[in-house]
Design a protein around this ligand. Sequence first.
Ligand SMILES: O=C(O)CC1=CCC(=O)O1
Length: 92
Amino acid sequence: MLFHVRMDVRLPSDMDPSVRADIVAREKAYSQKLQREGKWPHLWRIVGEYSNISIFDVNSNDELHELLSGLPLFPYMDIRVMPLATHPSKVS
Ligand SMILES: O=C(O)CC1=CCC(=O)O1
C-alpha cells in the first residue's frame, strides 16, 4: 500500500541546539533504515520549506502509523497522509 505523506517540521525556536542536533541525527538514522528496507522509497524536500514529501510503501494503515509515530521528530511535526490507489488511466 502506497501513501503520500507531507511532514512539516516545527521545532521550537528556543530548543537547545545540542538537543535539536541529536533529534535530527536520530531522525536521519531512523529514516535511512526505513529507506534501506524499502518502506520509505521517496523522500523529497519541499523547496524553501522545512518540510518533506514522502512516499511510504507499507502493508497497512497501522504499520504506517507505527512508523510515523516512531519518528524522533514526530512530536515536532504536522503530518498529513494521503492513501494512494491505482489510477484507471495508468499504463501498466
Ligand atoms: O527534515 C525533514 O524533512 C524531516 C525528516 C524526515 C526524514 C529525515 O531524515 O528528516
